[in-house]
Design a protein around this ligand. Structure first.
Ligand code: GDP
Ligand code: MG
Length: 177
């Protein structure tokens, strides 16, 4: 155990993207503060939140960016993506339209950031079992075709939320180390 290793600085910028109301802000709220907002407005949340994580004994700071609702106007700016090394590309498993939008978000991500940005496709709201419109198999297939990681999450019941963020951060760390 080397004390110096702990103080080494890793700061990874990670962006949350996807259609309005898929649960981006709540995924961040659940991960960073263990909070959930049943009726959240797109204005809640901060520009970004920095979360300390421990990966292989290294302290890593994940700087996670959330949109302020500007995705409604299809106007997420290039500044949002600048310097990003990771991305969570989120859809809502209970709204097929949000799954259809994934291709467009992927294009936008690749237009504004490095092609090597570590990306996970996230099917959020897995708790809404009776309202499901996108199967797990479809999500998996799209992720495989596009070379993305994949996970279904629920910001409501917490399932896989930390795992989704950790998957991205671990992979970035592995690439850089
Ligand atoms: P954003 O526009 O993508 O940031 O979405 P929000 O985080 O603001 O969430 C939009 C709505 O979906 C809110 O009413 C949330 O309470 C709800 N929501 C977010 N995540 C989940 C989830 O995992 N399960 C359920 N059932 N609702 C969720
Ligand atoms: Mg939001």
């Amino acid at each position: 155990y080397a004390e110096d290793d702990k103080s080494e600085d890793y700061l990874f910028k990670i962006v949350l993207i996807g259609d309005s109301a898929v649960g981006k802000s709540n995924l961040l709220a659940r991960f960073a503060r263990d909070e959930f907002y049943p009726n959240s407005k797109s204005t809640i949340g901060v520009e970004f939140q920095t979360q300390k994580m421990d990966i292989n004994g290294k302290e890593i700071k994940a700087q996670i960016w959330d949109t302020a609702g500007q995705e409604r106007f299809r106007a997420v700016t290039s500044a949002y993506y600048r310097g990003a090394v990771g991305a969570l590309l989120v859809y809502d498993i209970s709204r097929r339209q949000t799954f259809h939008s994934i291709g467009r978000w992927l294009n936008e991500l690749h237009t504004h950031s490095d092609m090597n940005v570590v990306t996970i496709l996230v099917g959020n709201k897995s708790d809404l079992k009776d309202l499901r419109e996108v199967s797990t198999a479809e999500g998996k297939a799209l992720a495989e075709a596009q070379g993305l990681f994949f996970m279904e999450t629920s910001a409501l019941d917490s399932s896989n939320v930390a795992a989704a963020f950790e998957t991205v951060v671990k992979e970035i760390y592995n690439i850089l180390s």
